[in-house]
Design a protein around this ligand. Sequence first.
Ligand SMILES: [Zn+2]
Length: 255
Amino acid sequence: MTPDSNDLWFLPLGGTGEIGMNLNLYGHDGRWLMVDCGVTFPKPGRLAADGSMHHHGEPPVQMADPAFIADRRETLCGLVITHAHEDHVGGADPFHTRSQRADDPHAGRQYFPQRRLEAGRPAADWPWLIPNRHSRIWRLRAELIAALIGQLQGMGVKVITAEQSDLPIHASGHPAQEELEAMYRWVQPAVAIPVHGEEEHMAVHARLAKQTGVPKTLVGRNGDLFMIRPVPGMRRQITETGRLGWFKEALVRVV
Ligand SMILES: [Zn+2]
């Protein structure tokens, strides 16, 4: 399972067919590039990409099992984080320290990446403080952000929020429908591969791509190999996928 110099492959290990824990691999010329390494906050009754239902008693924070790339770690050339929401970056810390005992047993801290902040340097908005909207943390968000902004201002950091800015600030990593349509019109890709959501979301996304003139769409789920070049196509379930959960200060396999 190695891409050659003619191949451009896309292999999602998490986040395709479900909400959260995005973990994607792009393969070319014997190497893999990882894009995003996020977590999910499972909600009982919500469907996972493997068709199983999340239930009560699961670890409250989970990430995609990176076994496929961990087994080929020498071929991994880097990790690109598209934006700093928890479902894109939250797993990066446990992934890099997998199977090691965490120094910080307070789980919340594990999933907030550190940012370098300096007095006098603007720190525009706080997208990385917005967790999954179903989590308990979400409900505390407003107070948390207000408290943090106060603290940072106390340090002399210039905080710019959307309300105070003269220029528009696009802080979400996720485009709205009109933005997707505009992007497809600008880029005019040969193929669209919807990711990041449950089957229903991806079907709507594929329809939208078709309506804006994209000739081919490929819809699959975690573990499917999407071949972008030389010939667009798919191979279903080329690798096992699964979930790891944070439980008693360690990563455990959930499914
Ligand atoms: Zn996301």
